[in-house]
Design a protein around this ligand. Sequence first.
Ligand code: AMP
Ligand code: GLY
Length: 424
Amino acid sequence: MKILVVGQGGREHTLVWKLAQSPLVEKIYCAPGNPGIAKIAELIPMPDRFTELADWAESQNIALTVVGPEAPLAEGIVDVFSERGLKAFGPDKRGAYLEASKDFAKQLMVKNGIPTAEHQTFTDAEEAMAYVEDRDAPVFVKANGLAAGKGVMPGRTFKEALQAVTTILVDRAFGEAGDSVVIEEELIGEEASFTVLTDGTYCLPFVSSQDHKMSHDGDTGKNTGGMGAYSPAPVITPELHDDVMQRIVYPTVNGMAAIGRPFKGVLYVGLMITDAGPKVVEFNCRFGDPEAQVLLPRLKSDLVPLLMACIDGTLEQHANVQWHDAAAACVVMASGGYPDPYQTGIVITGLEDADAIEGVTVFHAGTKQNGETIVTDGGRVLGVTAMAGGLRDAIQQAYKGVSAIHFDNAHVRDDIGYRALKRS
Ligand code: AMP
Ligand code: GLY
């Protein structure tokens, strides 16, 4: 069959890489893709309208479209494809609302008794600040809508919270996404990413993973899209896994179905493991990035039938999915300065040397082909991923891959996986 993947980051490179291993797949297209993806798929431009992409998919007999990022899902790409009878993996617009509105997600959790931080939502800056003043404790201030991972700000002091509320509600830094703010209590604990596939009824958990959101070592600096990831994450014990499935994942999926928003696709639950048990920090309606770079390589089973089963409502038949025992680690090489403004167009060397190291695969994120060379073209440039028998070795191999690659002013965290290593 022919498959179309939508997106252009490291997550989509990993999806294409995994799908290409399926004996069911004859050809993969990617819109718009990147130079790493171009080695295994044919790139096509991403048209302005989803209907144009659906026209193209129809004309090419695309049997499955896989949507990587949240923005097209929230804008209804799956609805457009489904209306034509085209199979597209991911939630429809009503389902993707779970990520696209933090206030909606909070209401769903409150209604279904799903553990999460206490919160209130505001459209008025003065009321928001009065709430912060009353609480007199550290908070997190979040733009309600999608803000490319930049809409969440800590308010550890009144001044910091005031600044965050002003940025979102008064300065409108995130446009419409900041029409309202969700202010919630700060949760204390260790974070983990919990990923499941679901057909709207049955939930198939992935192995555990953890990413590193802060820009610098020791989780200092600024919040980013993710500077690295690893799997498994030992913080998710088997007991905790069962608890998350029972008290968080199923109530979420059932709660969405009960209000006429059946959720099909990837449900990624950002968790905080607190002293009082796991609590939801956020829901995402797609694979994490860079979590996908460590989760998909660990999947031994063919991904294509799993994605198809999510669409067809037959996921339960795949309950015995197989995983590799090997651990995986991904170290992100970012442009110096990221997540603040950074330079692009810098020549990257050593990509092939890194790929030749045992267990290492280099996934492209923000790269561009420039004649014969590949140059930087984004904040997160590459995800250097390695698989090995144990996590320590996987991390070591990933860093060997990083040392083989060079671009000026590259920024890398040196401590990916430190929490897991401390436990072992
Ligand atoms: P989000 O975009 O919602 O994942 O938030 C980005 C990051 O901010 C999370 O991964 C956490 O590290 C942090 N964060 C968000 N909400 C909270 C909270 N209520 N308590 C503690 N940390 C939080
Ligand atoms: N790595 C965090 C995310 O994908 O949202």
